[in-house]
Design a protein around this ligand. Structure first.
Ligand SMILES: [Zn+2]
Length: 103
């Protein structure tokens, strides 16, 4: 969902996202898997609008829709800031293994 003033629209964003994906070698910063197809903000645009187009605040990640459609895995939903960063181990690991085969 975009709104007026959202930086994630237009050519400038597209070019920037591609550059970030290349820089991060297609590895998603949220789930660590390859195949990132867009860029995401480390510090949210809502709180840090001035960093919206700053490459240092951008990381390659999986687009939400594509990820869900491709394999049912929402890497956003499986990522949390800090607290559960270890994720719940075996379950997540098994899931990742499974997906690596299908990728
Ligand atoms: Zn991901």
């Amino acid at each position: 969902m975009t709104h007026p003033g959202d930086p994630r629209t237009g050519r400038r964003w597209q070019a920037l996202a591609r550059a970030v994906i290349r820089r991060d070698q297609g590895k998603c910063w949220r789930c660590g898997r390859d195949g990132a197809d867009t860029a995401g903000h480390v510090l949210p645009v809502t709180t840090h609008p001035h960093l919206a187009l700053d490459p240092d605040n951008l990381r390659a990640e999986h687009g939400e829709r594509r990820t869900i459609e491709a394999d049912g895995f929402d890497c956003r939903g499986n990522y949390s800031h800090g607290a559960d960063a270890g994720m719940n181990s075996s379950n997540t690991q098994a899931k990742l293994e499974h997906q690596r085969r299908d990728w």
